[in-house]
Design a protein around this ligand. Sequence first.
Ligand code: ZN
Ligand code: ZN
Ligand code: ZN
Ligand code: ZN
Ligand code: ZN
Ligand code: ZN
Length: 377
Amino acid sequence: MATVVQAHERECAVCTNDFNTPKLLPCGHLMCRQCVISWLDSKSNAGCPLCTCPIVEHQVNSSRISADVVDALPTDSVMEAIVENASILMKGGMCTVCDDLKAEYICMQCLEKMCPSCMKIHKKMVVSRSHDVESVSTVTPERLAASRPALCADHGDKQAEMFCVDHNLAICTPCFSNKHKACLDVKSLDEKMKSAEDAFHSLREKLLTAEDNLKQAIVNLNVRVQTADVTEQQNMALVDKTCDRLQNLVDECRKQVKKLISDSVSKFKNSLYDVKSELDKRLGKVTSHKHLVTRATTVRPRPALIHAAKTLTDRVNNLDLSDKVEAEAWVNPWPETMTYCDDVVKVIGDELKSIRQIVLAEVSNLFNFSHVQHDLI
Ligand SMILES: [Zn+2]
Ligand SMILES: [Zn+2]
Ligand SMILES: [Zn+2]
Ligand SMILES: [Zn+2]
Ligand SMILES: [Zn+2]
Ligand SMILES: [Zn+2]
């Protein structure tokens, strides 16, 4: 295991000291037992100081946030062992054998910190000859924790070789014969270590897989958020473009219909003007001949009146005295206008319907990917 526990990882977030009985919170963070108690006492529903997750899964009455509740949380025995070994490495600098000189070495088995001369003696003595002795400056708390022998729970100095599952204790062989004979589940310590390691191996695999899956799910979620943004932009642009085009269509329709109406009206008016100018001409001739006739009957010269009667009778008989001139028929532009408008309305309706379908299809696609179908549409 290459993982090294950094010094700050041994620190409790509340008291900032190395953990003292590290309790495992539901979120996976650690806090000293005493710190959980005082943290909960200070704020009755305080969450984990690192992630705000609830510390007690089922909120109990605030009066009952007591040692019992906190003791029900499991203790991280691995962190406990690391902290314990870190403190052995840090405590004092003097040789624990002679108490005279500065300690430079540590025995990985009996945890004796020694000066160079005591170390030499340790290496010569029969009982400790095979012990690993290392320089204090290079040993890490984890390495020390890993190489320390397990001691019998009853005999502080005797090495444990067995593990009684019934009592949940590491025990030495004599203790097994004396006190745990009747226990049903006692295994060799190595065997229990092996099965614990196997359990950790499969836990690690399980957590790694879950971690990968969750990371991938989050990546996928981000991709979907981006897709939603892109879809939004594209659809907005489509709506703008279509509406602009329809707006142009409406403007063009307005122009064309107005032109149809004004063309038709001015054609009709021109025809009326033509009729009027023809009637004006006839009126002019009639009026001037009326003057001739009036003058002749007023003056009555002889024999000019007789001649003039003949001439003017001929002339008036040839004048067009009719007040009827056909104007061109009025062509009502309305039917054509209506057809044109209906066409435009149909085009606009179709375009709006199809843009609605496109947008709905794209938006509902986004939802289909999410496996969550909402009735938003
Ligand atoms: Zn603490
Ligand atoms: Zn937390
Ligand atoms: Zn010494
Ligand atoms: Zn030793
Ligand atoms: Zn024992
Ligand atoms: Zn037992």
